[in-house]
Structures are given as C-alpha cells and as structure tokens.
Ligand binder design. Sequence first.
Ligand SMILES: Nc1ncnc2c1ncn2[C@@H]1O[C@H](COP(=O)(O)OP(=O)(O)OP(=O)(O)O)[C@@H](O)[C@H]1O
Length: 806
Amino acid sequence: MAAKAKAASSSWQLRRSTTKKQKSSKKKKHSETDKAELFNSLNWNSSLPTTTSDDDDPFASQFAGAEGGFLSLEEIDESEYGLVFPDLNKKRKREESSDTEISESLDVGSEKKDEKKGKKKKPKKKKKTNKKKIADVEPTNSNTSCVSSIEEVKDANEVVEGEAGFDENDYYEWNELRLHPLLMKSIYKLGFKEPTPIQKACIPAAAHQGKDVIGAAETGSGKTLAFGLPILQRLLQEREKTARSLPEQGNADEDDLEENFLRALIVTPTRELALQVADHLKEAAKFTDIRVVPIVGGMSTEKQERLLKHRPEIVVGTPGRLWELMSGGDEHLVELHSLSFFVLDEADRMIESGHFHELQSIIDMLPVLCGPVEGNSQMTQNCLTVSNLQRKKRQTFVFSATIALSADFRKKLKRGSIKSKESKDDGRLSSLEALSARAGMRPDAAIIDLTNASIVADKLEESFIECREEDKDGYLYYLLSVHGSGRTIVFCTSIAALRHISSVLHILGINILTLHAQMQQRARLKAIDRFRVNDNAVLIATDVAARGLDIPGVRTVIHYQLPHSAEVYVHRSGRTARASSDGCCIALISPNDRSKFTSLCKSFSKESLQRFPLDNALMPEVMKRLSLARQIDKILRKDSQEKAQKSWFERNAEAMELEVDDNDSEEEKVNNHKQKKKNSLHLQKLQQELKSLVSCPLQPKNFSHRFLAGSGVSPLLQHQFEELARERADNNISRVDKKSKLVVIGQNCVEPLQALRNAGDEVRVDVKEKTDRRSIVNIKSKRKEEKKRLRDKRRNAKKELRRNSE
Ligand SMILES: Nc1ncnc2c1ncn2[C@@H]1O[C@H](COP(=O)(O)OP(=O)(O)OP(=O)(O)O)[C@@H](O)[C@H]1O
C-alpha cells in the first residue's frame, strides 16, 4: 500500500512539473471564476481546518493536513484522462524498442497499414508449433472474415504465451464469439477468462447479426464490453474488407481511407463515466489503431477540439459538451453520415431532466438511416465521399442495469419488441422507447434482459439500520470506525448533507474524500484517483458517483440518505459487488425514510432484509465524540462565516474606494477581544478533549482495561496491539505481572459484510410483516392524533363560550 501511495505521489509530482507552464496561463484565465466559486462556497470551505495553520490559532484544527475531501485545485495532467492524443507512431516506436511482445502486435498493425496502402504483404512463415492453437481459435463458421488472418491469431497466441500461467484453453468460451484476433489479444492481456452473460448474449447479436440491442444486466456485469467489443469488431472487419478490395479497385479510394470519419458515438450521463468507458474501450482496442476519445464538460474545450481534429473513430461523451461542440459546428462531430454506432449508456438516466434537451438535439443531428440522406444536400454530398463499406446500416445500442425498472420498457421487454412509431409529447420525446426509436432503433432489435427480479447484483448483501435522523451521523461514524476496513462509498442525496457529514467526520479524524457536482472537474477526478489507490478510503459522494463508476475493491456502500428512486438505489448499491466479487450495502433509515424504504423494497420484490448488527454498548461513546465534533464544527463555521463576511465587506469597500470607519469604542474593542479569547479557549478545550477520545479505540460502557475486546477495536489498532503483544513475547518478559500482560482478542467483524454474515439469519426482518405492522402502527397513531385534535377543539370552544358568557 505504501508503495502504491508513493508511486501515486511521485506520479503527481511528475505531472505537476510537466504542466507548470499550462498552470500559469490557466491561473489567469480561471482566477475570476475560481474567486467566485470560492466565495460561493465560503460557508463550507471556510469552516474547515486550514493547512496554513498558525500554531496559536485554535481555529486551525488539530486535524489540519489530513487528506480529507478538501482538494486544492492542482493541475491534472489531462493525458491521464485520455485528453491528449497518443502519437501512434511515437507510441509504436517506443513500444517496439521496449517490449518485444507488443512489437509483434504492432507489426500486425503496420502490416495492416501497408495493406491499406496497397503494398503487398510478405507471407509469413507459419510455425508448425502453433498450428494446434490456431485451429483452436478458428471459428466454426467459415463465413466470418474476422479470423481470416491466421497470422494474427498466431501473433495473439505468441503475445500472451510467454506470460507466466497463461493457458489459452482457459479462454475457450470466447471462441464461440468469434472475435477478431486483435481483440482476443486484449482479452488475454486483460485476463478475462470468460465472457460475462451479457457479453455472451450481446456479441453474437450485435457483432455478427448486425442487430440493434437493448441490454439490461446487473451492475458491474461487463456491459461496457458487451457493446464495445461489437463496435471494435465491426470496425476491424470493415477495414480488412476495404483493404482487401483496394487492389481490385486500383486504389481509387485510397484517399478516402486515409480520412477517418466518426464511426461510433457513445453518450453517457456523467463525465467520470465517459472517461471510464473511453479508458475501457482503449484497453480493448489496445492492439489496433482505432482511436477512442472522451469529450466531457469541465475540461478545456480547445483541447478537446484539437483532439477531434485527429478524427478519432470512437467518441465517448456527455450530452452537454457533445452538443456544445456539435452546435458550434465541430467538423468531426457533425459529419455523422458514416456513423455506424450510436450508444446510449445508462439510457434510463438520459431521459431524466438535466440531459434531455442536449441529447434530443444530438439525436436530431443523426442522419436518417440508410443510403443517401434525404433532404440534406450537405449530408448527401458528404455521403458521396465515403467508402461504400462504411455507409452501412447504423446500429443503436441502449444499455442500463435498470431499464427493466422503467415502466414503458418493462412493457416492451414483455412484448419482446419496440414500437417503431415515434411518440412525441408536445415536441419532446417523453420515453426511453421514443428516444431509442428516434435514434433509429429498428423494431427487430435484440432485447436482452438478464436482470433478476431483485435487479441488484447477485452477490450484494443488503441491510439497513433504523435510527433517528439526528443519530445518522453517529451510526455512520460507528460503521466507519468499527468496520472501517475496505473501500467505502457513502451516498448523500444533497450536497448540504454531504458537506455536513464530511465536516463532522473530518473533525472526528476520519480521512474522507468527497465527490459532488459542484466541485471542479479536476478535483472530481483527483478524488476518484485518490479513492482508487487507497484500500481503506472513504468517499462521500452525491449521486454523481452513483452510475457506472467502476472502482475495484469497493466493499461497502452506505446510503446515508435514501435516493429518490429505486433506479438510483440499484446503481448506488452497484458500486460494490462488481464483476463477480461480493460486497454489501447499508441503508440508514430514519422514521421519515420509512415509507420510501418500504416502497423500495416492494419495487425489488424483497421478502426479507437484514438489520445490520450493532454493538449498542459502543453507542454512548460514539455519541459523546459526535457531540464534541458537532460543537467544534459549529464554532468553526461561525468563525469562518464572520471572517468571510468581514473580508467581503472590506473587499467591497476597497473596490469602491471607500474608507471603512472603525466605530467601535475602546471598551467595545476590549470586550470583543475578551470574548474572542474566551471562545478560542473553549474551542481549544473541546479539540483537546476530542483528540484524547479519538486516540483510543471505541470502548463499550463496561470496558475492561485488562482485556481489549474485539468489537470496538479498529483494525489498525488491533494490528498495533498484536504487534505489541508479539514484541513482548519476543522480549520474553520474565516479570510475571498479570496486569502488564496484553491480551488481544481477535476482531471478527472487521468488514461490514463479514459482520452481516456472522450475524446470520438472526437479524433478518420480514419486509411484508414489517410493512403491515407499520401500517397498523401508523393507523393507530393517526387515530390518536385525530382524537387529540378533536378534544382540543372542544376544549377551546368551551373556553370561548365561558369567556363570552362572562
Ligand atoms: N469478461 C469479463 N471477465 C471479467 N471481468 C470483466 C469482464 N468484462 C468486464 N469485466 C470487468 O468488470 C467490471 C465491470 O464492468 P462494466 O463497468 O462494464 O460493468 P457495467 O455492467 O457497465 O456496470 P454498471 O451497470 O455499474 O455501469 C470492469 O472492471 C471490467 O473490467
């Protein structure tokens, strides 16, 4: 872990130095907006402990310097996020000289280029030793062109052959999918032994039958490659066909081939997801020269325009930035006549507000399918310049884990078909069905729904904690300190709640990262980066992180606030238990959340749920710390608000060239000073008290100092105790002093998932029974309230009468 952290920090240093120049020029540009943003967020940021702490300043918290989620806006090297185009030639040269394995693959690429330019390829000698393997990979259907080059299959085998533990037979399930050898090579490299069910179902339909696909499968089930591999497959096949037909056509279209058109446009709802999908596709296209570029908001438009000038074949983007560039007339993005794939990832999110208008406009830009485009002379002109092979039917892919939850799609999934008719409500496409139809989805689309009734991932353990709204912070702190092992994401619905818990947890000494839509994009990416490299990191996020984010090793998802819809609950929970690993989610349910939670359970046809097992003996200590943290937070907030107000007043006065009169009398000044001193002493006292509490593990009320019981000992502390015990044993302490002996009883419930499993079925709650009981309780309490209301009314009326008669 330390090595990882070191590597990460050194890579940051490197990035920072390379971007120094950009930094200074950007600083100027952004300074005004940065200031405005800083000012808007004063209530929040200013309440936080500052790193420029003055030793005498009690308001500079003891936790200053903790990583927290309080990211400074440092430069991020955009090449890290796919925003710098790789120079293919340079990349080739570098890889050729450094890696013999990869050089073989690049030979294939350069041979392909030679083919394109009409040069005759020298036949390679076939090695006898590889014959068996080639036969293994060869498709059963000889029609396909994808495995036409036996040399490529051979190369693919050779690339991975040398790797320790590689056995091609482990990958036999992929053979049926008849993927291009260069794609198989990436799959070997990625180590994906078998296709996931959604990949098995989608690839034949999309890649070999050329169908449109509506795909629904649980979160983390590999949907990205389910649509990504067919795209790459078709592009590779078409290139080969074109290259083969070139010599026959006498190289007439050679120039056309040199000019790449946009072939696939993938739209995702969030920036992080777009960057991630682009990265994933780049991995899959690693051994080809197909280029994938992410186009997302929050980053330099100019840079992205420059990238698009390189005419990448695949663009992955968010609707806002894509539409901004399209409406601005970006050449590459508006030349859509050769577009062969249009993909809506997380499609059900796209019809929600916030994305709708841009997406609708993008869809309206897509040419009407098939052949020369009607009614658009520009398009028709462009079409004439495109190779016939490229001008094939456009395929539309619509994917999400929760399509099956959307009412209209559920109907359609049952029917097994989509309506081709466009339904429009006052000029807006109102449903996902209408949107896909408008995008050109054909009625014979393959509908692949692999979601089960509960929609959530198979290996996800769901649980809940019932508590009062004001105790949520305490239970969250409990979970993070008692079971704070493994990566955890805490989801909030509002940014205000996120800020509140981040601040309190920060004061309590828990290292947290934050992610929400009001953060600058660089800070958002940085938070994700930091979260990725730390095995025990805690990310407090809004629903901007709910969809698609693929961070391996997320063990726990905590719903601090319940989401507004069942779909979001599925996606949030789906950040754990991904790609056949397990994980758990815990919902904190206050009385206000109950009805929402019940309807959530109903929509997933849940019969029973686990109550998260708690050690209530620890709660008094938790609440004690929390109370201190809240007091500190309140004082810090008040102080920073006052400072912000004062500096705002002074700044404005200065801007208006006014002199600020100090009207306070000497006496007032002295009193103010005294009050300030008193407050700061109080704050110091609170901070010290909290510091001494958090330096010890959580202790139950009846805590024995002789035996440190497992529950309440954090994993880190337990490790330290064990080390200490070992050291003592090694030193062979001869003094037999019972009191000095240290006994460490192992902590069984480190991870929440383990705690849940250890608790077994004891904590299982019958949801239906609970709902019924609740509704009875509700009716009873409503009746009681009504009776009380009537009684009060009668009493008041009597009083009124008496007063009138007097
Ligand atoms: N065939 C495979 N075998 C093993 N792992 C795979 C395979 N295909 C994809 N993965 C991995 O599974 C993880 C999840 O994939 P992906 O992000 O595509 O899931 P998803 O279904 O799109 O999830 P979500 O619905 O949350 O967006 C990724 O880390 C990916 O690398």
